[in-house]
Design a protein around this ligand. Structure first.
Ligand SMILES: [Zn+2]
Length: 150
């Protein structure tokens, strides 16, 4: 029997509208990702309690790169031989920049800095427990521009 489970536990929700899980400080409301515990990292705050919060599913490309060479362990190559992929650093409205692989089928030619990206969850690799998933960033299709008929 196989199942679909996150490759890393507790970092994101699954389902039709997946979201990353961060921590919100109960004192200053600052959001952190990945989740944190202990003392708030906001130097102006002495809070030490956090609640889980789902981050915005959309953000804007802040930077990106093309990974032409296989990253070192613990990176697990989903394919052999290694296939280059794109990485995007996306800034979500909470003010956090989150690095993620770009969704299957997209390359750095499909988006640029400032473009809107949406969080999706895709299969990273498959092992004997089934499919293991990870979050990725997928370019949001640009809304068609309204044209006025003369
Ligand atoms: Zn705080």
């Amino acid at each position: 029997m196989t199942a679909t489970t996150p490759a890393i536990e507790g970092w994101f929700t699954t389902g039709p509208e997946p979201a990353l899980i961060g921590s919100a400080c109960t004192t200053c409301s600052t959001v952190f990702f990945p989740r944190t515990a202990g003392f708030c990292r906001n130097p102006a705050c002495n809070g030490d309690e956090f609640t889980d919060t789902e981050l915005s599913r959309r953000g804007r490309v802040w930077s990106y790169t093309d990974a032409q060479y296989q990253p070192p362990a613990p990176y697990i190559a989903p394919t052999d031989p290694y296939v280059p992929f794109a990485l995007a650093a996306v800034e979500v409205p909470e003010g956090i920049v989150i690095l993620g692989q770009v969704a299957d089928g997209y390359t750095v030619d499909d988006f640029q800095v400032g473009d809107e990206m949406e969080l999706v969850v895709e299969t990273l690799y498959t092992d004997d427990t089934g499919d293991r998933t990870i979050w990725r960033w997928r370019p949001v299709p640009v809304e068609p521009v309204e044209t006025k008929e003369a």
